[in-house]
Design a protein around this ligand. Structure first.
Ligand code: PEP
Ligand code: MN
Length: 336
C-alpha cells in the first residue's frame, strides 16, 4: 500500500482478497503496510487491486516463501515486546541460564542480566535433550520462577515450548515463545505457535537451508502471527573445534531476502565457553539485531552440560563489547 493509504483503503483490499476465497495478511511497516495473499493455488490476477485507492503496486512473489520475503514487505519487521523491541536500533540482548534449575540459581542470574541492561531473560523449562535420561526441565514450576524474574526485574521472558500443551503454558507466563532447532520442522507445532499471541523466536534447524528456515517461519505467519524472530544457532559440520558451526554468513544472506529480524545464539553455535564472546562480537559486526546467550552462576548444578555458559564476569564484558561494535555498525550503515 502507499504510505498515505488509509485504514479504509486497507480494509477494502482485504475484502476483495477474502471475497476471492483467499487469506489476507495485513503487515504494517514503519511507513507502509504490506498485504500478503495466501491460499491461492495459481497466480492471482493483479488487476483486482491495481486501480484500488491507496494501492501502490500488486506484485507476484515467485519464491516458495511469501510472507517472510522482502518482495512482499520491503520494510524491516520490528518485533515489539512491551517497551522493548527487536529489529530496531538498539541491540536486543536475551540472556540467562540454559535451564531454570532452581529459584535461587535463576534469581541470582537474573540479577546479573538485569545489571547488564539486557531487556530479555532466557531459561529453559522444557528441555529437548538428546539423551532420554537427561534433565528435562522443571515445567510449570520453572515458569513460575520465570514469572517472578519478570516481576522483580522487569525483564521480558523468552522460553522454549516443545509441544502444543507447552505453547499454551508458555503463553500464559512468558513474553516470547522459543521454538528450538530440533523442532524447526515440527509443522503442527509451528502452526500452533502461529495462533499464539506472543512473538516466536524460531531457531534454525541443525541442517536447515535458508529456504527450509524461511518456509518454517511461513508456517507460523500464515496463521496470522507475523512477529517472528529468526535465530541462527549453528549448523552441523565436520568441525571438531566446536559443537556446531555458527553460520554468520547467513545473517547478511537472509537479510537480503527477508524482512524478519535476525539474531544469533553464540552459545549453542559454538558449544565452547571460550568461543562465545569472540563469535558474539563477530555477529555484532555482521549486523545482527540481537543475541541470545547463556550465562549462569558458578558453581552450577551438575544436571546439565554447562560447557557453553558464560560466567557473570565474562558475560558483562561481552555485553560491553557487542554494544560498542553494534553502535559503530549502526552509525556507519544505519539500521539494516
Ligand atoms: C537452548 O536454547 O537451550 C536450546 C536447547 O537451543 P537449540 O534448540 O538451539 O539447541
Ligand atoms: Mn542450552
Amino acid at each position: 500500500m502507499r504510505a498515505d493509504a488509509t485504514r479504509k483503503d486497507i480494509e477494502a483490499v482485504v475484502r476483495v482478497i477474502t471475497e476471492l476465497g483467499f487469506k489476507a495478511h495485513v503487515m504494517p511497516g514503519p511507513t507502509r503496510t504490506a498485504i500478503g495473499i495466501t491460499g491461492n493455488k495459481d497466480a492471482v490476477d493483479s488487476s483486482h487491486f491495481e486501480n484500488m485507492h491507496g494501492v501502490a503496486e500488486a506484485i507476484r512473489v515467485s519464491k516458495p516463501y511469501k510472507l517472510t520475503s522482502l518482495d512482499l514487505k520491503p520494510e524491516k519487521t520490528i518485533v515489539r515486546v512491551g517497551d522493548s523491541s527487536i529489529g530496531e536500533h538498539e541491540l536486543a540482548i536475551i540472556a540467562g541460564p540454559c535451564a531454570v534449575e532452581s529459584r535461587e540459581q535463576t534469581l541470582a542470574v537474573a540479577e546479573v542480566v538485569h545489571k547488564s541492561g539486557a531487556q530479555f531473560f532466557r531459561g529453559g523449562v522444557f528441555k529437548p535433550r538428546t539423551p532420554l535420561t537427561a534433565f528435562q526441565g522443571l515445567g510449570e514450576e520453572g515458569l513460575e520462577i520465570l514469572a517472578e524474574v519478570r516481576e522483580r526485574y522487569g525483564l521480558k521472558i523468552v522460553t522454549e515450548a516443545v509441544d502444543e500443551h507447552s505453547v499454551e503454558l508458555v503463553e500464559r507466563y512468558a513474553d516470547i515463545i522459543q521454538i528450538g532447532a530440533r523442532n524447526m520442522q515440527n509443522f503442527s507445532l509451528l502452526r500452533h505457535a502461529g495462533r499464539a499471541r506472543l512473538p516466536i523466536l524460531l531457531k534454525r534447524g541443525l541442517g536447515a537451508t535458508i529456504d527450509e528456515w524461511l518456509l518454517a517461519a511461513e508456517y507460523v505467519m500464515v496463521e496470522g502471527n507475523y512477529n517472528v524472530i529468526l535465530c541462527e544457532r549453528g549448523v552441523r559440520t565436520f568441525s571438531q573445534h566446536t559443537e556446531d558451526t555458527l553460520d554468520l554468513a547467513v545473517i547478511p544472506a537472509v537479510r537480503s531476502i527477508s524482512h524478519l529480524p535476525l539474531i544469533i545464539d553464540p552459545s549453542h553455535g559454538t558449544g565452547k565457553n571460550y568461543l562465545v564472546a569472540p563469535l558474539a562480537r563477530a555477529g555484532a559486526a555482521v549486523g545482527i539485531d540481537g543475541l541470545i546467550v547463556e550465562v549462569n552462576e558458578p558453581p552450577s548444578s551438575t544436571r546439565l552440560n554447562h560447557g557453553q555458559e558464560l560466567t557473570p564476569d565474562q558475560y558483562m564484558q561481552m555485553v560491553f563489547d557487542v554494544r560498542a561494535i553494534h553502535e559503530v555498525i549502526i552509525r556507519e550503515n544505519g539500521n539494516f
